[in-house]
Design a protein around this ligand. Structure first.
Ligand code: ZN
Ligand code: ZN
Length: 225
């Protein structure tokens, strides 16, 4: 088969060449300590550590971290992974998550991909979050609990939900921990490709905590502004 083509510059050789990798749009402080939303304007100047949303509606998840913004080559890489399941991209993006964790460690007794609803997964043929979680688990020598939790309700697209309230309502009760999943006292690292407001990761974290998880952190490759 052909060697992969860089999603950033289209050159043959690697799924993401080293020069494009160095130019990726990093998510830099100031950002919300809980959901990682970039902070700008008065709240950033005041040195606030939480965004307004997290201050008013505390999340169940302990924190969400993303090394990059959903822009440029990272955006193209995530869309190709999501819609075409390019395996070389899962390896590349998984490696970026591993590099991030080396510099910014997060607790992880078990790594759990954010589940897709079974109908959506059948249609797509794969879950991009599971491809990423598998790579992260392999590189960090941690078990991956790919079927500890399932998505029981197929919520409407979060992209179409206008407000944070709508997003939260969309995903309420959407996740169910499998019977017999031994989560008691465990620290779970939830992995997904992209975070928009964190409402979906938070709903999943809530279900994991209700099933006994001690801590739940979210890690996504990119975050929307
Ligand atoms: Zn390139
Ligand atoms: Zn926040």
């Amino acid at each position: 088969m052909f060697p992969p083509r860089c999603v950033g510059c289209d050159r043959w050789g690697a799924a993401l060449c080293s020069s494009c990798r160095h130019g990726l749009p990093r998510l830099l402080p100031p950002f919300c300590a809980r959901c990682s939303e970039p902070l700008a304007g008065p709240s950033a100047e005041r040195g606030a550590s939480l965004c307004v949303r997290c201050r008013d509606h505390p999340l169940a998840i302990d924190g969400i971290r993303s090394p990059y913004l959903m822009e440029g080559a990272i955006r193209r890489a995530i869309l190709e992974l999501k819609y075409q399941g390019v395996a070389s991209l899962a390896v590349t993006l998984g490696r970026l998550l591993h590099d991030y964790l080396e510099a910014h460690p997060l607790p992880a007794d078990v790594i759990v991909p954010l589940p897709l609803h079974s109908r959506r997964q059948r249609r797509r043929g794969f879950n991009q979050a599971a491809l990423l979680a598998k790579e992260v688990g392999r590189l960090r020598h941690r078990p991956v609990g790919a079927d500890l939790i399932v998505r029981v309700r197929n919520s409407p697209s979060q992209a179409q939900a206008a407000t944070a309230e709508e997003r939260r309502a969309n995903v309420k009760g959407a996740f169910q921990v499998r019977e017999g999943a031994a989560l008691g006292g465990k620290r779970v690292l939830l992995v997904d490709d992209v975070c928009t407001t964190g409402a979906t990761l938070d709903a999943c974290a809530r279900a994991l905590k209700e099933a006994g998880a001690a801590e739940v952190w979210g890690l996504t490759v990119a975050r929307e502004r």
